[in-house]
Design a protein around this ligand. Structure first.
Ligand code: SF4
Ligand code: SF4
Length: 121
């Protein structure tokens, strides 16, 4: 089961997880052309080796250790992690559409500071 990034990454996106991932499966990297436009980062579900290094690195506890552990308020973002692909504009648009829908639907979470969001999941 791959690890999954959820909404505390929105507004944080500091790439601390990218720096510790041994297989470089968290996208987009800071040096990727997609980085500025990406609202959050995504974990490639087939590249992730479930090592767990990214979880303690995340300052806002945005990363869950499996699809099954993602709480109900964040289930929509599993698909965003699954569909995003670097260098694929359509895939990025699909992932971003899911994220924007999440932002629109979860005003309760979005009004919180990213540091407080995970506790409210
Ligand atoms: S669990 Fe390991 S391989 Fe998967 S995204 Fe996190 S750091 Fe990368
Ligand atoms: S460490 Fe957390 S907040 Fe930072 S980019 Fe990764 S998932 Fe997003």
């Amino acid at each position: 089961m791959p690890f999954v990034i959820t909404d505390p990454c929105i507004g944080t996106k500091d790439t601390a997880c990218v720096d510790v991932c041994p297989v470089d499966c968290i996208h987009p990297r800071k040096d990727a052309p997609e980085f500025e436009a990406a609202t959050m980062l995504y974990i490639h579900p087939e590249e992730c080796i479930d090592c767990g290094a990214c979880v303690p690195a995340c300052p806002v506890t945005a990363i869950y250790d499996s699809v099954d552990s993602v709480p109900s308020s964040q289930k929509d973002l599993i698909e965003a992690n699954q569909v995003y692909r670097n260098g694929d504009a359509a895939a990025m648009a699909a992932a971003e559409a899911i994220v924007q829908a999440h932002i629109g639907a979860r005003a309760d979470l979005m009004q919180l500071d990213p540091n407080e969001r995970q506790a409210a999941h």
